[in-house]
Design a protein around this ligand. Structure first.
Ligand SMILES: [Zn+2]
Length: 355
């Protein structure tokens, strides 16, 4: 039986639905936790990818490409550690959520999935749908990166390029879902996606022998990874596997910064992965910032471009959206939000090969 969904706002439960009748995004009614102490790293079977942590997951493994266990490496020039999410099967952290979301689609008997995305989530959903033998319809902005569009088409998905804003792209996808064209595999709305992104936190903690960092600095659009990290680190603490939740520090793009509210006139058009003006789960993002002593700031295109070059020259072939996070790390230190001795992890979320 697929796990039940519940609305955190009004408490209504559903066997399956993409959002509550009250309009709020849904979550799983129960979040499973392991009933054993934290295992030694060497007792974890990494051959199972992110499904190593299935004790925490309300979704069964049905679609996988071996995602998970991305490297955690030293980044001495940034005085932190980078988690190389861009080495995932389709080149972004979105594979974590695509694996769990397409698995959920199979659990509930969906035959066709619908997603809207600037490119990475669409590539991930199209690819995992192909792996699972499901049809996929992916809505993207008309000006999405050509390599991302090609990756979606190569997986056999139906590509719908939409003129207008990122919000117009979402509206077109929701319209298709409303007409019963498919099951909404949205990385913003579907709770199964956050089950997958939470495994980022499990891996960071496991790779550090269950010592969580002081802070994690992440790109922040819809909060797909930001909230996955929040949920994952909280679940670890609830399970007694770790002792604290790190500070969650968001990095937004200027002109697309509803959480940071920078009020600048600059529009950071380089960071196409986080061009979100209406995050679906804004209330939970604010909660995550408040309860972890976190923050959110906006980074402009000049700093993003400079930092993107710096990452490339240090051996990290990533997309510009990643550079927003490392630029924010410097800014947080300059502002005194982080001390030099704070132990920080930054995910590098998307590959440079699709740019
Ligand atoms: Zn509701």
């Amino acid at each position: 039986m697929p796990a039940t969904l519940r609305c955190p706002a009004c408490g209504t439960t559903y066997a399956d639905r993409w959002r509550c009748t009250c309009g709020h995004p849904l979550d799983f009614a129960d979040r499973p936790l392991p009933d054993r102490p934290a295992p030694a790293f060497t007792d974890l079977d990494a051959r199972d990818g992110l499904w190593t942590f299935d004790e925490f997951l309300p979704v069964e493994k049905r679609a996988t490409l071996g995602e998970g266990w991305t490297p955690l490496v030293d980044a001495p020039d940034w005085h932190c550690a980078f988690k190389l999410e861009y080495v995932s099967p389709t080149g972004s952290f979105k594979d974590r959520g695509a694996a769990t979301t397409v698995s959920r689609a199979l659990e509930v008997g969906a035959e066709r999935v619908v997603e809207d995305s600037s490119g990475n989530a669409g590539t991930a959903i199209a690819t995992y749908a192909a792996r699972a033998g499901l049809d996929a319809e992916i809505f993207t902005p008309a000006d999405a990166k050509p390599a991302k569009l090609r990756a979606i088409e190569r997986a056999g998905a139906t590509l719908r390029r939409v003129e207008g804003s990122r919000e117009d792209v979402t509206a077109a996808a929701i319209d298709a879902v409303g007409k019963d064209e498919g099951w909404y595999a949205s990385h913003a709305w579907n709770p199964a996606f956050f089950v997958g992104t939470a495994t980022f936190a499990f891996e960071v903690a496991a790779q550090r022998d269950w010592e969580v960092p002081d802070a994690v600095v992440l790109p922040l659009g819809h909060g797909t990874l930001f909230l996955g990290a929040y949920r994952g680190f909280r679940a670890l603490r609830e399970a007694g596997w770790t002792r604290k939740v790190p500070r969650l520090l968001g990095a937004q793009a200027t002109g697309y910064d509803p959480i940071a509210s920078s009020e600048t006139n600059d529009e950071n058009d380089l960071a196409d992965g986080i061009h979100i003006r209406e995050p679906v789960r804004a209330d939970e993002i604010h909660e995550a910032i408040e309860t972890t002593d976190g923050d959110a700031i906006a980074i402009d295109a000049v700093a993003t471009d400079r930092e993107h070059d710096r990452l490339g020259r240090a051996g990290f072939n990533v997309e510009p959206t990643c550079a927003v996070a490392t630029a924010a790390l410097t800014e947080y230190r300059d502002r005194g939000v982080l001390d030099d001795e704070d132990d920080v992890v930054v995910p590098l979320t998307g590959t440079g090969l699709k740019n």
